[in-house]
Design a protein around this ligand. Sequence first.
Ligand code: ATP
Ligand code: MG
Ligand code: MG
Ligand code: MG
Length: 469
Amino acid sequence: MQMTSAEIREAFLAFFADKGHQRVPSASLIPGNDPTLLFTNAGMVPFKDVFLGDEHRDYNRATSAQRCLRAGGKHNDLENVGYTARHHTFFEMLGNFSFGDYFKREAIQYAWEFLTGVLKLPKEKLWVTVFTEDDEAYNIWANEIGVPTDRISRIGEKDNFWAMGDTGPCGPCSEIFFDHGDDVWGGPPGTPEEDGDRYIEIWNLVFMQYNRQADGTLQPLPKPSVDTGMGLERIAAVMQHVHSNYEIDLFQALIHDAAKIIGTDELNNKSLRVIADHIRSCSFLIADGVQPSNEGRGYVLRRIIRRAVRHGSMLGAKGTFFYKLVASLVAQMGAAYPELKAKQQVIEQALQREEEQFGKTLERGLSILNDALAELKGDVLPGELVFKLYDTYGFPMDLTADMAREKGLTIDEAGFQQAMDAQRQRAQQASNFGVDYNERLKSAQKSKFLGYTDVSATAEVVELFVDGE
Ligand code: ATP
Ligand code: MG
Ligand code: MG
Ligand code: MG
């Protein structure tokens, strides 16, 4: 059976609605209920207070397709984009939730029924993990569902025990993997080769069972809850018989349109995948009210945009291209997300502005980097160089690190920090002793504006003037 992403999303929500779940629309990428969280990074985030018992709703089962962002913060997949078949910065998480209603047995039965009954996935391609100590889940999978025990593995705390924080709700997880076949490298969950892309995690079932106390003890919750999450793009890859998320309908459309806008025919180029990923995170962030800036969420957005612009330049893009891809994204996702369509202009303008700004310094920064690479001894880019690219040419540190990685190099992060601290001190001294604005004006007139750069990830915006450029 072949299904589009849109059909899978709808099939999932309809399946759980039919099982008495309230359909809840996706919340914003900016968590409304948790100032400590950078972005909504899972389907359960908007329900956090319900799980904690601080908020009551008139339903105790819910289902949603939640937009999620994992770039920065506790979950950061930015460095995976372009390298794995399964990670995005922005993705949709399909979820079903029980607030003190059903527990392990139903959660497992529902998941199995949806995968093998509705989507009709071959059972022998599904692998399951449970938490080492969770005999209850193990027995449900082995004895009630009938998964052969050689396809069930017991996994430790790192991957199979979930916690909301240092204290509070927590519990074991059970994850479902799909075997994409032996033409892809990788091993089953729990083996050293599991990080390959052959066995791909598609669904995580979290059983909130305990309340962790400040002293570390686990107190059983009076009403255990369920939180599950399945990546829409990953299950779409399975349903469309492709192995990488980037080969599914939605991404192929974005990749083709990006190639056309940029004027390349290298459809398998990694840079096109990165751009297709980044247009989603950037557009949805702006739709949800974030603007590129030098701090917090705005700086995450700026970093992603600049990465995309650099990838466009690698593909030979002439002038701005990134913002032109918004129309394509709206065509793909506007029906499911009317807020995206409504904000199309705002998104395009913000992206175009940022692209033009960075475009002014990008080529110059790249040529400085290339000169340095030609002379580099060893395999670490000096902190001073990383800082110069950052400070004068607007290259966020992670962008330079990514470029270094492509060449098998790393960057001297400590050296970069040192250079940054020194710069900060100089700035502080300058402000302590006052600034002669007449002098600044004079030098500004005879120099060329190089665009805004970042003094630090969390600092104010400064204008940089460089003499004689
Ligand atoms: P992985 O181990 O592959 O990084 P995860 O264990 O970090 O995934 P969870 O936190 O369990 O993922 O999230 C639930 C589901 O959301 C995953 O099973 C997967 O289908 C999907 N998912 C997680 N991260 C991403 C991502 N970066 N891009 C696309 N889908 C994702
Ligand atoms: Mg992960
Ligand atoms: Mg995992
Ligand atoms: Mg997981």
